[in-house]
Design a protein around this ligand. Structure first.
Ligand SMILES: CC(C)(COP(=O)(O)OP(=O)(O)OC[C@H]1O[C@@H](n2cnc3c(N)ncnc32)[C@H](O)[C@@H]1OP(=O)(O)O)[C@@H](O)C(=O)NCCC(=O)NCCS
Length: 198
């Protein structure tokens, strides 16, 4: 599917786009992950080290990409992957979905891509009636982003990822009203869905 979004600030400054409020939208492609995306996803990871991720987590992320436990999405700009995210049914509890490794290239933060990657997963999960709860963990840097989409913090473990990088466990109950709201949760509904390379 195509996602309309403002180009990043580097392109906004080159004179072609006068201001963000009237920026011409660039087309972003939100599509299913392919095995050939692994290197690009690792680049996205690297751009978020050390503030959001630690270097030791890289091997874990690469192993995850090579053995995906569930659906995985990427977002592209000019054929370059600039974000990725996945989800999976919990191996231990079939009624729980886990959000996995949601990330946007550091140069693309706060451009709306993380929300697209989150919403496409929530929409998927809402359609799976076996699932009645979503669980995920993140850090002190990003938990508020998930709160905005309905997640609640259930526990905090200081220094869990690395000194100064705290773990926030969060969840969201898949209530009937939440499911109903997801039915209308079109990803960037301003532009039509024209392709979905699944
Ligand atoms: C978390 C992450 C995916 C968010 O992606 P993003 O593209 O920057 O977020 P968006 O631009 O879509 O943000 C959507 C809204 O949330 C807000 N938001 C984004 N990040 C936020 C943050 N860290 N704290 C508070 N609000 C935030 C935005 O301002 C925006 O608000 P608006 O609707 O008023 O405009 C991104 O910060 C990231 O990749 N972080 C590194 C990886 C990471 O820590 N992932 C966590 C799970 S593994």
């Amino acid at each position: 599917m195509w996602v309309g979004i403002a180009a990043p600030s580097r392109e906004q400054k080159d004179g072609r786009i006068a201001s963000r409020s009237c920026a011409i939208l660039s087309l972003m492609l939100l599509r299913r992950f392919k095995p050939g995306d692994i290197a690009a996803c690792l680049d996205v990871f690297d751009s978020n080290v050390p503030v959001f991720f630690t270097l030791p987590e890289r091997a874990e992320f690469e192993s995850y990409l090579r053995n995906l436990p569930g659906p995985q999405w990427v977002v592209e700009y000019n054929r370059r992957v600039v974000g990725c995210a996945g989800w999976a049914v919990s191996a231990q509890r079939a009624h729980v979905a886990n959000l996995c490794w949601g990330m946007v290239d550091r140069a693309w933060h706060r451009q709306g891509l993380g929300r697209e990657l989150l919403r496409v997963r929530l929409r998927d999960i809402a359609q799976d009636t076996r699932i009645d709860a979503i669980e995920m963990n993140t850090s002190q840097h990003t938990f508020r982003f998930y709160e905005r989409e309905g997640f609640a913090v259930v526990s905090i473990e200081n220094d869990a990822f690395a000194p100064g990088l705290h773990r926030y466990d969060m969840n969201l109950d898949c209530t009937p009203s939440w499911r109903a709201s997801c039915a209308g949760l079109m990803v960037s509904s301003t532009l039509p869905e024209v392709s979905d390379q699944g």
